[in-house]
Design a protein around this ligand. Structure first.
Ligand SMILES: *Cc1c(COP(=O)(O)O)cnc(C)c1O
Length: 431
């Protein structure tokens, strides 16, 4: 099979852009080969520049919930664009999306829009430090909260895939204020508070981890973080950039029955345009400029196209049956994959919550970064390429979650299961 147009584009790109990509996770570094260059996408499918079709489980790394190029989103963006692409002044679009977010998530009284999850998490940390007048933050090894300096310590996603969890350029002084604990480890978090409790401004956590592969929270873990932070006078920052509106319309917090002091959102609230947000209790949020003294700003924040796209997606999720459809397709996919792997005699951990799922080539349960790292990444790389050849597009790393949209259908599941069966057979016979 040739990927000749992707290969020639990539040959040009590597001369123009570091590694040929504008975000490291897009390169095929962990699996080898050339990244696919995508020409268009529709529903559950993406199409590469060589004309091939793939069932897409990456979905732009999370933002796409209704399927690619959903008519309601395309129309909303077109309509907004005709009236101008950016004003740098308030517009009704921002009020509309803000009201949708505040209505959906009980822990959010007020919201501030930004353009990336990185900005949202960076702002959440600054706000928590200002609010508590404390410096230290606690994060979990393998959780990714964007690439702001204080959060680029034992981070997941591309930083994990590429093996550079602690990036050069992050100063020792910055890293010193970040305390790293294992995910799903009540004792680890407890010990951090026992030792540094009075200095801790906040714990930041992915309520369902999706950046070291897909790892659900252990029963009681999020509640434990809520209790520890409350007792110590620290804030709980729940980073729902990936999970927000993806797992449930009320987001992960409503599934697990916890309330964050500050919630980070992104991805789904922009429907594939650059939108993220922080939200929280009124008194905390009002510390942000210009009502308060904590500075935060953005030239393109609240961009009309992005707000219109996000509002169209949230309305469709609120009023339609997307979550039910995804649940039905998701359970068929996961039970089918478990069956396929078991039949092939390949040990794997395959799990799902709502529209987020994952597959570790691992015989043992994966609950944190240390156990995730015992996965067979060489087997994953072979599986990834075998699936790609058979028209299934997965994230090019063992350490990323997979996604479903409301456009995925029974036929996609069937294609995926057939591809998985044939891929595992091809890998076995090549041994
Ligand atoms: C994607 C992600 C981010 C970073 O968002 P960007 O828009 O890529 O900056 C932060 N936190 C989590 C949990 C994410 O999944």
């Amino acid at each position: 099979m040739t990927y000749s147009r992707s290969e020639s584009l990539h040959a040009a790109a590597v001369r123009l852009t570091p590694g040929g990509v504008n975000s490291p996770v897009r390169a095929f570094r962990a699996v080898g080969g050339t990244p696919l260059y995508i020409s268009r996408a529709s529903g559950s499918k993406i199409y590469d520049v060589d004309g091939r079709e793939y069932v897409d489980y990456v979905l732009s790394w999370g933002p796409i919930m209704l399927g690619h190029a959903a008519p309601e989103i395309v129309e909303a963006v077109e309509r907004a664009a005709r009236d101008g692409t950016s004003f740098g002044a308030p517009s009704a679009y921002e009020v509309d999306l803000a009201a949708l977010v505040v209505d959906a998530i009980p822990a959010i009284d007020m919201v501030r829009f930004v353009s990336s999850g990185t900005e949202a998490c960076m702002t959440a940390i600054r706000l928590a430090r200002a609010w508590t007048k404390r410096d230290k933050i606690v994060k979990c090894a393998g959780c990714y909260h964007g690439h702001a300096d204080p959060l680029l310590v034992s981070a997941g996603s591309g930083a994990l895939t590429l093996g550079i969890p602690d990036s050069p350029g992050v100063t020792a002084a910055t890293a010193a204020d970040t305390i790293v604990v294992p995910y799903n480890d009540d004792d680890g978090a407890g010990a951090a508070f026992a030792k540094h409790g009075e200095q801790i401004a906040a714990v930041i956590v992915e309520p369902v981890a999706g950046n070291m592969g897909f790892i659900p929270p252990s029963p009681g873990y999020l509640e434990r973080l809520r209790a520890l932070t409350t007792q110590a006078g620290a804030l709980l920052i729940v980073d729902e950039v990936m999970t927000g509106f993806r797992l449930h319309y009320g987001s992960a917090q409503s599934i697990y029955g916890i309330e964050a002091d500050i919630t980070c959102l992104g991805k789904v609230i922009g429907a594939g345009l650059p939108v993220a947000a922080i939200g929280g209790k009124r008194e905390i949020m009002e510390r942000l400029a210009p009502s308060g003294d904590v500075y935060q700003a953005g030239t393109l924040s609240g961009n009309p196209l992005a707000m219109a796209a996000g509002a169209a997606q949230l309305r469709a999720l609120r009023d339609g049956d997307a979550y039910e459809r995804i649940d039905r397709i998701g359970s068929a996919l996961i039970s089918g994959l478990r069956h396929t792997f078991a039949k092939a005699g390949i040990p794997a951990q395959i799990d799902r919550i709502g529209s987020m799922w994952g597959l570790f080539f691992n015989a043992k349960p994966v609950t944190d970064l240390a156990s995730a790292k015992t996965s067979d990444t060489a087997a994953f790389a072979k599986y990834f390429h075998a699936m790609l050849e058979r028209g299934v597009y997965l994230a090019p790393s063992q350490y990323e979650a997979a996604f479903l949209s409301a456009a995925h259908c029974d036929d996609d599941v069937e294609r995926t299961l057939t591809a998985a069966r044939d891929s595992l057979a091809a890998i076995a016979s090549a041994r």
